[in-house]
Design a protein around this ligand. Structure first.
Ligand code: URA
Length: 449
């Protein structure tokens, strides 16, 4: 069977067998199949779709193209979290040490920011010396020693996905649910996990803004995890506005540290504790959700999560002073300019995509994978949809490198933060829990759940 025949079959609504996907992805990872043929196939999948079994075949083929983190000898449970990404989403930086401090190993593999969304690796690299390019051997040893490693996808993990994802990015074929699910799960299942929690975002700043699409993506990834013996649950969380106040790189690390000191913004704490509880439940170190939440909250207030974060930073070559004194040791932008409300009113929208793109304009995000970034710049957004403000009160603070980018960021902020006269409808921060058994609505506060 030639590659052209496989493309034709998919184009005409047929399906490829698991063996066909496996040999095609292996050949692609070796460089034996040209990008233009895989691009045509991706477009055929985009329009024709794939059922769960074929999505599994593609995911398994990409997983088999590389190596896996071998942690089976560890006696502790191993659970990771994956977020579909957004603006101000620094949850991973808190969650990995927090959950590790509670006795569940966390081999956390994260990505870089692209487009309007930020990336955990970029944020961590704002800590002087912090190394995210760990070999699988080094990551495995670190997880064994201190219960956590925070690393990037190496060329050893799912190399077929690595090539395929860049190609999709350049051919408008990223936002197809089976392709996203196969791509994400091919990396997560290479981590040797005993459980996985997915944070699937919905709202204007999410990959899948519409609730129904986000739910379908969650269910597709859960089906893949469960078929491969990795119990998987998802929380659907809000990304209609930035999470927390800080949006950028160093500034998000500082806010994550504030949460690990027992403070930080309420929305960020709520989403973090909800995800932490699911991870502790999957790790079987808490009997029920109530106990799991209490245990996670205690790890924040006792300083246990912060102590574990300091250990991780040191193990990965970072300056521990960044944990103890972020202002002194994290990069700081030379310009810090507050932007005030020009009228009395109520905040209607804080548009996350506009904020995310403005971070790139400031130099803090990348437009192409190979771009360098400025870790110091970004925003502190002081208001949320529903906040009442008076003329002259600060809406946000811009952290900029120079006057030219500051001016562009100010203009973007003017578009992103919309004032009106009445409160917009409130949106739950964590709306649904999805598992193999079905979908549950999460009660508003989350606390009594
Ligand atoms: N993140 C991934 O790793 N893959 C996708 O396809 C989309 C987001």
């Amino acid at each position: 069977m030639t590659v052209v025949e496989l493309i034709e079959r998919k184009r005409d609504g047929g399906r490829l067998t698991p063996e066909e996907w496996r040999s095609l992805m292996a050949a692609y990872a070796r460089g034996d199949v040209p990008d233009y043929q895989i691009a045509a196939l991706a477009m055929a999948v985009y329009f024709r779709g794939m059922d769960d079994a074929e999505t599994d075949a593609l995911m398994s083929a990409m997983l088999a193209s590389g190596r896996r983190l071998d942690l089976a000898h560890l006696s502790v449970p191993r659970v990771d979290k994956h977020s579909t990404g957004g603006v101000g989403d620094k949850v991973s930086i808190i969650l990995a040490p927090l959950v590790a401090a509670c006795g569940v190993a966390v081999p956390m593999m994260s990505g870089r920011g692209l487009g309007h969304t930020g990336g955990t690796l970029d944020k961590l690299e704002s800590i002087p010396g912090f190394e995210t390019r760990l070999s699988l051997e080094r990551a495995a040893k670190q997880v064994e020693r201190i219960g956590c490693a925070m690393l990037g996808q190496t060329s050893e993990i799912a190399p077929a996905d690595r090539r395929f994802y860049s190609l999709r990015d350049a051919t408008a074929t990223v936002d197809a649910i089976p392709l996203i699910a196969a791509s994400i799960m091919s990396k997560k299942l290479a981590e040797g996990l005993t459980g996985l929690v997915l944070d699937v975002k919905t709202g204007a700043g999410a990959f899948m803004p519409k609730f129904d699409d986000a739910l379908r993506l969650a269910q597709t990834m859960i089906a893949l995890g469960e078929r491969h013996g990795c119990p998987t649950v998802a929380l659907l969380t809000d990304m209609d506005a930035p999470l927390g106040e800080a949006c950028g790189n160093a500034v998000e690390v500082a806010e994550a540290i504030a949460v690990m000191r027992g403070g930080g913004p309420a929305d960020l704490r709520e989403v973090t504790l909800a995800l932490a509880a699911e991870m502790l439940l999957l790790g079987a170190v808490a009997a029920d959700r109530h106990v799991a939440r209490a245990k996670a909250a205690e790890a924040l207030t006792s300083g246990a999560a912060l102590a574990k974060f300091r250990e991780i930073v040191q193990a990965q070559g970072g300056h521990p002073g960044a944990v103890d004194d972020p202002v002194q040791h994290l990069p700081q932008a030379p310009l810090r300019v507050a932007v005030a409300a020009e009228r009395n009113g109520v905040v209607q929208r804080v548009e996350p995509r506009t904020i995310g793109r403005a971070i790139s304009t400031l130099g803090g995000g990348r437009l192409r994978v190979e771009d360098d970034i400025d870790h110091a710049v970004g925003f502190l957004v002081h208001v949320k949809p529903g906040s009442a403000v008076r003329t002259g009160e600060p809406l946000a603070t811009i952290l900029a490198r120079d006057a030219a980018t500051l001016a562009v960021a100010r203009e973007a902020l003017g578009r992103a933060i919309v004032l009106g006269d009445s409160a917009p409808p409130a949106r739950p921060r964590v709306s649904h829990r999805v598992g193999a058994g079905g979908v549950e609505e999460v009660p508003p506060s989350g606390a009594s759940w």
